[in-house]
Design a protein around this ligand. Structure first.
Ligand code: IPE
Ligand code: IPE
Ligand code: MG
Length: 250
């Protein structure tokens, strides 16, 4: 069967793809089921994009799993999401090990229920020496939280005299973010037809190519992912320059 994968240039892949996995609730509704049913089925899509990324040679895949704003959802849904996270992380460790994938997380883990946090920390520790790809879970994450935290830490360093205020520039600032060891995403995908960033990687996505699709997250499959990458490969990334200054790769 024809697949967009065959059209992807393997020497022009994004190093880092960030995804806003959205539309689980609406997907469940179209199936006449409660929202949690959508979250459960979303795990299949997580497996698909993780596998596709590793197969292609993507180095970092960051998934928005829970935002700091998501605590405002009904308690029942929050609890279900936290339980699903524990179960998924636990059950996927084997696959991560088999495929040499390292699990990382960004976000305020301190505020997660202990069970969720412990399962996550254990999986991160178990997979820490894997080298093929990094799967980053944005959990209790939001960019404004992250940026404010960075400002607090830098202020303390300035106060302590270990950093001079004049030294602060964009590269120094980046080292205070949760993504300090992760390159910026070149491609950001959001499913479900919403066209917003929802407090995700605002600093890091400064020059990311944005890709929006109407596909609801639980329906998102490898082919949809390949289409996003193919689309990305046909964008002209100018970084403030003019077209003529860029070396054309296609
Ligand atoms: C994304 O799907 C999953 C999380 C935010 C945890 P939603 O739950 O936001 O689904 P919709 O947007 O209501 O359809
Ligand atoms: C963004 O989705 C957060 C995650 C995917 C975890 P939301 O569904 O929470 O975003 P909004 O509320 O529609 O902006
Ligand atoms: Mg949503």
């Amino acid at each position: 069967m024809f697949s967009t994968r065959d059209k992807i240039e393997l020497n022009n892949l994004p190093k880092h793809i960030a995804i806003i996995m959205d539309g689980n609730g609406r997907w469940a509704k179209t199936h006449g089921k409660p929202r949690v049913f959508g979250h459960k089925n979303g795990v299949v899509s997580v497996r698909e994009v993780t596998e596709a990324s590793a197969e292609l040679g993507i180095e970092y895949l960051t998934l928005y799993a829970f935002s700091t704003e998501n605590w405002a959802r009904p308690q029942f849904e929050v609890n279900a999401l936290m339980t699903l996270l524990v179960e998924t992380v636990k059950s996927e460790v084997k696959t991560l090990m088999k495929n040499n994938i390292r699990l990382l997380s960004i976000g305020d883990l301190g505020k997660l229920p202990e069970k969720t946090r412990n399962a996550l920390l254990r999986a991160i520790d178990e997979t820490k020496n894997n080298t093929r790809m990094s799967l980053v879970l944005a959990l209790n994450y939001s960019s404004r939280w992250e940026i404010v935290e960075a400002v607090k830490k830098i202020s303390q360093e300035v106060k302590a005299g270990t950093i001079d205020a004049d030294q602060i520039d964009t590269s120094l600032f980046s080292t205070f973010l949760t993504t300090r060891d992760i390159p910026d995403p070149e491609l950001m995908i959001r499913t479900s037809g919403e066209r917003r960033i929802s407090n995700y990687l605002l600093w890091q996505a400064a020059y990311a190519e944005l890709y929006f699709t109407d596909v609801l997250w639980p329906d998102f499959r490898k082919e949809d992912f390949y289409q996003a990458i193919f689309d990305y490969q046909h964008r002209e990334r100018r970084f403030g320059m003019v077209s003529e200054q860029l070396e054309k790769s296609f």
